[in-house]
Design a protein around this ligand. Structure first.
Ligand code: NAI
Length: 480
């Protein structure tokens, strides 16, 4: 029986391994982590992450051919294939701080593999890593090899949170990069055989190691670039009276462009886009390509500009101050169908409003109060952030309340901001909400999900990103 071990029981490790266990009943899969609480949660009824469809798959395979354990060394020693899916955040200190990927977790995983291995292994990079990481990993492994042979493969993950299970069941492509040697080809084939249980062969792409590593960074950069492109357009739409949804629709009809990822919003978030682009920028700089670095940096600058613009819209519409006013925040996760708040635009918007001394009341169906409070008091690395987006003082976090109901959050509020596109926000009783808000009542829709006309009929002053401006807002420019 082939044995797989995955180091890192996070969003990627947990979900991908659950699907491998489901689709390959003859393979034994162990997911290991140094975090005891994470592993305890994976072994309980309350999984550590929310992802539609994940619970059922875990319940079906757990204890059969899917195991979650903190005994990292035992499972690594026994495995034929070791996936490494540990976190690779942006460095916060030292050389490359604020840009380069922090490979501390990766390096310690590689050293541990070298320490405990007693048989040949295929080591698979599942984490998103800088191009050429495999070379460094290879050095760590081979310098400590005790005669054991390692083959390093790059198999970046393209799943998106919120649709992870669908993405894993029917991936657009599976990418496997390896060494162009006979041993490298054998390793690629072994991993290909795993995916071949359920992925059609023409969707499994094999490349050299560096192409696979770089393709993941490139894919995230292209995706984020589309969002920044449409968000840049949204500012111009507001200035000219064009409607960004109509522009996106018209542009997306071109088959060379396509309709996906063209929704204007308050900005992109999530654990990957920003960190991967920063990492790409850093790699370009290190390779003497400042023009290329600046090109990609702009994608992040526009994202920051969009969040900043949104905050300025809120403040300028409400007589240039939100001090002492209650602002309801609907949605804190970085997108719908996930409880993940890493780099969520809601964090920056809330910090901006708190910086202007607003009282913020937050409701998100999947994010806990503890998580929100931690996010709002956390220090983020400081890269081209305008002053009001910098972390507020600890006292201002007291201006935050977290509630478990949209109606409670909006009661007596002066304004409400929609920051995550949860389906339930489309069908709220906006008349009831209006009746219980202070007047004039403002809606700032950061995801373009409300029916603007209907809300205006009720009496709201409505701001919707990239849409023709409410007469109230026309003389109140919100450029940062
Ligand atoms: P995560 O933070 O949810 O999980 C990583 C896990 O690794 C944590 O539970 C941590 O305790 C564990 N870990 C760290 N060092 C360890 C060690 N030495 N031994 C054992 N366990 C260790 O991260 P997530 O979101 O699963 O991401 C993992 C990687 O996948 C990152 O490189 C990310 O960029 C990439 N990725 C993430 C996607 C996402 O949507 N979250 C999508 C595609 C790629």
């Amino acid at each position: 029986m082939v044995k797989i071990c995955c180091i890192g029981a996070g969003y990627v490790g947990g979900a991908t391994m659950a699907v491998i266990a489901l689709k390959c009943p003859s393979i034994e899969v162990a997911v290991v982590d140094i975090s005891v609480s994470r592993i305890t949660a994976w072994n309980s009824d309350q999984l550590p992450i929310y992802e539609p469809g994940l619970d059922e798959v875990v319940k079906q395979r757990r204890g059969k051919n899917l195991f979650f354990s903190t005994d990292v060394e035992k499972h690594v020693a026994e495995a034929d294939i070791v996936f490494v899916s540990v976190n690779t955040p942006t460095k916060t200190q030292g050389l490359g701080a604020g840009k380069a990927a922090d490979l501390t977790y990766w390096e310690s995983a590689a050293r541990m593999i070298a320490d405990v291995s007693k048989s040949d292994k295929i080591v698979v990079e599942k984490s998103t890593v800088p191009v050429k990481t495999a070379e460094a990993i290879e050095k760590i492994l081979t310098h400590n090899s005790k005669g054991i042979k390692y083959q390093i493969l790059s198999n970046p993950e393209f799943l998106a949170e919120g649709t992870a299970m669908e993405d894993l069941f029917k991936p657009d492509r599976v990418l496997i990069g390896g060494r162009e040697t006979p041993d490298g080809h054998r390793a690629i084939k072994a991993l290909k055989d795993v995916y071949a249980y359920w992925v059609p062969e023409d969707r499994i792409i094999t490349t050299n190691l560096w192409s696979a590593e770089l393709s993941k960074l490139a894919a995230n950069a292209f995706l984020a670039q589309r969002i920044s492109s449409v968000n840049a357009m949204s500012a111009l739409c507001e200035a000219t009276g064009a409607d960004v949804s109509q522009v996106s629709h018209a542009v997306g009809k071109d088959t060379r462009i396509g309709p996906k990822f063209l929704n204007a919003s308050v900005g992109f978030g999530g654990s990957c886009f920003q960190k991967d682009i920063l990492n790409l920028v850093y790699i370009c700089q290190c390779n003497g390509l400042p023009e290329v670095a600046d090109y990609w940096k702009q994608v992040i600058k526009i994202n920051d500009y969009q969040k900043n613009r949104f905050v300025n819209r809120v403040v300028s519409s409400m007589f240039n101050t939100v001090s002492g006013k209650k602002i309801a925040i609907l949605g804190f996760a970085f997108k719908k169908d996930t409880g993940d708040t890493r780099e969520t635009p809601a964090m920056d918007v809330c910090k901006g409003l708190l910086g202007d001394k607003a009282n913020v009341s937050i409701y998100d169906p999947q994010v806990t109060e503890d998580q929100i409070q931690r996010d709002l008091s956390m220090n983020k690395f400081d890269w081209h952030h305008p002053v009001h987006l910098r972390p507020p003082s600890p006292t201002s976090v007291k201006q935050v309340s977290v509630v478990w109901d949209a109606y409670e959050a909006t009661k007596d509020a002066h304004g409400l901001c929609i920051l995550t596109e949860w389906d339930e926000f489309k069908t709220l009783d906006y008349q009831r909400i209006y009746n219980n808000m202070q007047k004039p009542a403002f809606v700032f829709d950061g995801r373009n999900i409300v029916n603007v006309e209907k809300l205006r009929e009720i009496g709201y002053i409505v701001y919707s990103i990239g849409k023709p401006l409410d007469p109230w807002l026309k003389d109140m420019p919100a450029v940062a």
